[in-house]
Design a protein around this ligand. Sequence first.
Ligand code: PHE
Length: 468
Amino acid sequence: MAGIKNSESSRGGFSNKFGFIMAAAGSAVGLGNIWKFPFEVSDGGGGAFVVMYLLFCFMLCFPVMMAEIALGRKTNKNAVGAFAANGHKKWAGVGILAVLSGSLILSFYNVVAGWALGFAVEMFSGNFSVGSNFGEFVGNWHINLMVSTVFMFITIYIVAKGVSGGIEKASKILMPTLLFLIFGLMAYSLTQPGAIDGVKFYLIPDFSEITFKTAYGAMGQAFFSLSLGMGALITYGSYVGKKDNIVSATSMILLADVGIAFIAGLMMFAFIFSQGLQGQGGGAGLIFTVLPGAFESIGPVLGRCIGGLFFVLLSFAALTSTVSLLEVPVAYVVDEFEIRRSRAVWIVGAVIFLLGIPSMLGNGTVDFFTNFVHYHGSNITVNFMDFIEDLASDTFLPLGGFLVSVYTAYIWRGDKFKEEIESGNPGFATSFMGKYTIFALKYLAPFILGSITIITILSKFFGIHLID
Ligand code: PHE
């Protein structure tokens, strides 16, 4: 099981395969599963969205994830350096896009993580009405500045400690705790009256709900949730040992992520329907507006504890993701500019924190950021945070996935890629999985990801709807 310890080198490394899986699953499992997934499902029409999401995860994201991890391990480099180290300097632009997407995502992610932290405090102190006053909470920049500063500090602190000391150690403790807590909450939610209707909405697909918007929403969600398309797994892959089995590691990461999103969704819809809160939309505020009321109904003391625990859990999950998001630009700066890790972390962390301030102020505090743009052909204004999310997660991530697939299949080439996977998994090249992976990277992923990216850009930003 144990991988080659490359922790003796100055770059550091995971101490074994388990550490890598925990860290990578920690990166994948985060706000994407517990905060974003439920409101995407709700906006995307329920079960039909879930089916599309699952298909994308298993059919497309799985091969792309293997490609990212393999490229990282082969080259022992960050997202930008990996392409050059593999002999294709011109492709380093893909890595730059990855560093940019990661930094943009972290900028708003840190703000939402701050909300989770703030809500943990509110729940423990019994302030359940914060749910119905969510607009006020996010519009209060004093509190937001405070909680997101705290969150960024913790992230920086962990990343500064390096790969095995900080990231791995934290993930090993936080991930199992998270799993334990979320299972308990799900079981509890299902005992609530009316929960069954939520379960039906969530699990029985109504295929008439499927539109192109559902498809790109599900695709963006799959990439976001699996931490794909932005070099996080190239970077983490660079710390993996040569004897480790990439296929089984990928399967475990994928199953952990999809499994937790699925359970979180079940819990959320059971709570939403049992509280009679369905059909109210909710967007980014969904879990924050719905859950405090649900916790309050549990009872004054127990509700505080369960509610507080839930948001602590959410903050934990977010932390292992912010750590991986910060690691991408930090590894790039450390490798390419030879700046000490301890210094690079602070500089990069500070820049990204500043980049997040407009997202923080765009929830009612400053009008310019609140009504930031309206896309061509639409008269609804989009705030700064949603704009960055549309750009980075729905557009750049599938684009990054497209480029990684094309790179792996046509530039690096299938047989070389398979050779890398064979190390730690002999027999892969001739297995069904090996053949499917190459097929997916060569044809399926470029076609689907390429067309979704182009159609998304046209329809989302320019109001040109090639298909509905
Ligand atoms: N996957 C993380 C989540 O679901 C977010 C993330 C995206 C982390 C991209 C790293 C890279 O919350």
